[in-house]
Each structure stands twice: as C-alpha cells, then as structure tokens.
Design a protein around this ligand. Sequence first.
Ligand code: PGA
Length: 253
Amino acid sequence: MKIKKLFIANWKMNHGIAETLKFITQLQRMVLPTEKTEVVLCPPFTSLYTVSVALDGSEVSWGAQNCSEEEKGAFTGEVSAVFLAELACRYVIIGHSERRQHFQESDQLIAKKIERVLQCHMTPVLCVGETERQRSENQTFAILKKQLLEILNSIIKSKPENLVIAYEPIWAIGTGRTATAEQAQEVHAFIRAFLAEKLGHDFSNNVRLVYGGSVHAKNVKSLVNQPDINGVLVGSASLDADSLNEILHQMSD
Ligand code: PGA
C-alpha cells in the first residue's frame, strides 16, 4: 500500500485563469504538508496551462476533470488525453457522477476513457457511487459492481497499478451530507474485495481508494483514518486556499 494519502481538488466549472492565479499565489505562501499527502489540483481545462506553468517544479501536481475517449480528429469541442499529457497532467478524473448524469456517460464510454488515459501514461481517477434511492433499496453494492465490471474487463490484462477509484455517493456530493466514516469504510472494503476477486490481491492492494462527497476540515480526519480510505476527492471545500490548507493539515496530523 502506498504511504502518502491522496488529496484531489475537483474545482468543477469554477475558477477561471484570474481566480486560479490568485489561488496559487495564496497556496505558495502556505506550508503544505506534502511529505504526508499528495496534493492534486483539477481546475477547468482552460486553467490547466496556467496551473502547469505556475506549479512547475513544485510538490503540488495537477489533473483534468474529463477527457475524450478519442485520440484526435473531428470531435468538435472535445479534449484529447494526449493534450492533457502535454500539459504534464498526472491525473484525469473520469466518470464523475455529474458527467454520468448531465452528459449521459455510460460505463462503456468511461471504460474507453480510462484506457485512453492509461495509454497516455496518466492516472485515471474513476468515480463510482450510488444514488440515495439505490442506497435505501440496498442496491449500493450491486450498483458499484455494475460500474466497476466494465472497467475491470478492459484493464484485466494491463492491471494498471496507478488506478485510483473514488467512491462518491451521489447523495453526499454538494449536499453537506457526508457519508459516515463507517459507511465509507464499508463500501471501500467492498470495492477492494471485489477488485481482489476479479484481478487479484496484489492489484487490489495497490489501487488507491479515495472518498468524495461533502468532505471538509471537520470530517476529513475520521475518513482518512479508515483502513481502506487512501485519500479524498474534494469539491466545494477545495475552492478556497485556506480551506484546502486546513483539510490538508487535518488529514496529515
Ligand atoms: P463536494 O464535491 O465536495 O462539493 O461534495 C465532491 C465531488 O463532486 O467530487
């Protein structure tokens, strides 16, 4: 198991270039506990170049929130993983529930995107998670299995060690209703056991499993103290540099 915890900031459609620069200037004045935590900023595409220049040589890395499943060509408005690699992105978030919900991304499409990210030597952050209704109907594990199966089939030969899976219960995203540490641990343990069953223990022990959904400075510690929670994916609480810094210190204590 990798030792450093992972902190991924998902800015969604927030922070254009001016705000990104302001954020980074604030960040550069802070002492981030990067010896204990790997920090990744995922700004909108249009801020990536700015981030890549401003953070070049620093301990903080960056990633994108999505990419095309295609390599290049006549796909108006799409962004190739090749271009993201060119911007020195280390991570690409794939299959976020907002993309599944608003852009009809299917498990098949998500599996193709994951392969594309891996081909470009970046780390995919695959997002999975159930709705409130699915949880209340005891469907959580069945939904997760379905979301994972397609992807596992496509990586069964390569078994990429760098895969990250983010468990993000949809009912906890942007709602202020975080899963309890026990609820999150239960699901993470299930995911790890499922990965072991399909691709073996060596693989499953190397995959980093992060939790996302209303994470903030007050709840992060109990989450990352769980044995199968290797980090967090943070949306709104990562938009402010002070809040991000506080979360990092809480999780690194
Ligand atoms: P949130 O978003 O932290 O604002 O709930 C998390 C996410 O959607 O990745």
